[in-house]
Design a protein. Structure first.
Length: 485
């Protein structure tokens, strides 16, 4: 009897390609001529990710499983893994100039980015709690190092340490929850866990406590209040491309695991669980928006607003209907693009310096009219204005909540979304309606960042496409949920 068959590798071919690309980048970094190294490393990374995306398309509608049912390649994992790799490609586009300007090492940066993506992919395709845990740790350890890549900057070191310590706490919660669930059901496979719970009931104290601990651990990862306090410090201290990557891909991975575990493995139908998630959703939306109102730094404002967006997605988790969960997928896709795009704009120097505060954006529309236009598009999508992906995502989630009778939750969500208009449009107002002197120590000769602009233009087109022609992505999301259920 063979322990592992070659067919077991088929569901994880994209993950294998991403890891092989990371190994290739290490070799390219070692042997490539120094003159062309930066460009070669970036192109190698993008090529590997595109190749993995191609093989991902071949897994669509296949529903393959491997390694004794511990990993699966279903439409749900395929769609989310596309999101991770798309965000990673955009991150590479906006990172090349940033790495050079901040004297960061190209090779290890791209390797860590790729290993982080591979961890997210294993998380999403895992049907075993231990596989999900291993993927989560691969993603987390790579992310901790990426956050602290600017080793000479004290703020980056502080952010990495905070992320590491709080991440370790959440890992402890997750492992303890998994151990309790294993004790209650005798398995770590999600299908076997749900079968055992259906047979013996969900009132077992081990199941209740284990489920609660898993919810707490995943709430850390997606920055749900009150487990959110690491987010503003980490997002503001990390290199800006890494911040965009974490806000887009890592948060989407957290929600993918949340949906996978609580739809496939752990039932949350009881009123007590619904009330708990209802409270978490309202707190997350409200605290994120209120704190964002008080910020003067653009990155910290976007960090707190990302917490609010997690609250909007939690609304769909509370509702739990197929249309609501398909809204989670669509909104994760839309937010990954618009959030990463907004952070990507902040990687580009304005008059020789990186914009940090709202005052630094004063006059930005005159100095950089095209970049200001792209930033305005991303901001409008974050607000949820029509013809953008953000609008369709919120419409999908809130309409699903209304259809299921969650009227007050929908009202609170819409009011919070209206509240966000103030601090988001503050960015647009400063760019176009405030005259600002050049930041101290700056020059007025704006350098062209063609490589970064290529990625940002592609992102802007994708945001508009999701807003104008959302039907195809919504249909793919619905199909993936039907496969999951």
């Amino acid at each position: 009897m063979e322990f592992i068959k070659l067919t077991d590798l088929v569901p994880i071919i994209p993950e294998i390609i991403v890891l092989l690309t990371a190994c290739t980048v290490l070799l390219v970094d070692l042997f490539a001529p120094e003159k062309d190294r930066a460009f070669t490393l970036a192109v190698t990374t993008i090529f590997g990710l595109v190749l993995a995306m191609f093989f991902e398309t071949q897994l669509h509608n296949r529903d393959l499983s491997g390694f004794y049912g511990t990993v699966v390649a279903d439409d749900f994992s395929v769609l989310f893994e596309f999101i991770y790799m798309s965000v990673a490609i955009l991150t590479v586009f906006v990172s090349r100039h940033y790495i050079a300007e901040n004297e960061m090492n190209f090779g290890e940066y791209y390797v860590l980015l790729l290993t982080s993506v591979s961890g997210m992919m294993f998380m999403t395709s895992g049907l075993d709690l231990l596989v999900i845990f291993i993927g989560l740790e691969i993603m987390s350890i790579s992310s901790y190092i990426l956050v602290g890549m600017k080793r000479k900057v004290a703020e980056a070191n502080e952010a990495a340490l905070k992320y590491l310590l709080l991440g370790a706490f959440s890992t402890g919660f997750l492992l303890y929850g998994i151990s309790l669930l294993y004790g209650a059901t005798g398995s770590t496979l999600l299908p076997e866990i749900i079968a055992e719970i259906k047979q013996n009931g969900a009132d077992n104290p081990l199941v209740v406590v284990g489920t609660a601990l898993v919810i707490i651990a995943m709430s850390f990862k997606i920055a749900v209040v009150p487990f959110h306090m690491w987010t503003p410090d980490v997002y503001s201290g990390a290199p800006t491309p890494v911040t965009g990557f974490l806000s887009g891909a890592a948060k989407a991975a957290g929600f993918a695991v949340f949906v996978r575990i609580f739809l496939t493995g752990l039932p949350l139908e009881s009123a007590n669980w619904e009330n708990l998630l209802w409270i978490l959703a309202v707190l997350t939306m409200t605290v994120g928006n209120v704190m964002a109102l008080r910020q003067n730094e653009v990155k910290r404002m976007l960090a707190f607003s990302s917490i609010a967006h997690a609250g909007y997605v939690m609304v769909a988790v509370v509702v739990g209907s197929p249309s609501a969960i398909s809204g989670v997928i669509f909104y994760s896709c839309a937010y990954a693009l618009m959030g990463t795009g907004a952070f990507g704009i902040l990687t580009i120097r304005d008059a020789g310096t990186i914009p940090k505060t709202f005052d630094d954006l004063a006059g930005y529309g005159k100095r950089n009219p095209f970049l200001a236009l792209l930033m305005t598009l991303f901001i409008f999508s974050l607000v949820g204005l029509p013809l953008t992906g953000g609008f369709i995502g919120k419409l999908q989630i809130f309409s699903a909540a209304l259809q299921d009778g969650w009227i007050w939750l929908t009202v609170i969500g819409i009011l919070n979304s209206a509240l966000s208009v103030y601090y988001y449009l503050r960015v647009v107002m400063y760019m176009y309606m405030r005259e600002g002197a050049l930041p101290e120590g700056s020059d007025d000769s704006n350098k062209t960042y063609g490589f970064a602009l290529t990625g940002l233009i592609g992102t802007a087109v994708a945001v508009l496409y999701l807003g104008v022609f959302p039907d195809q992505i919504l249909e793919l999301a619905s199909e993936s949920i039907r496969a999951l259920l």
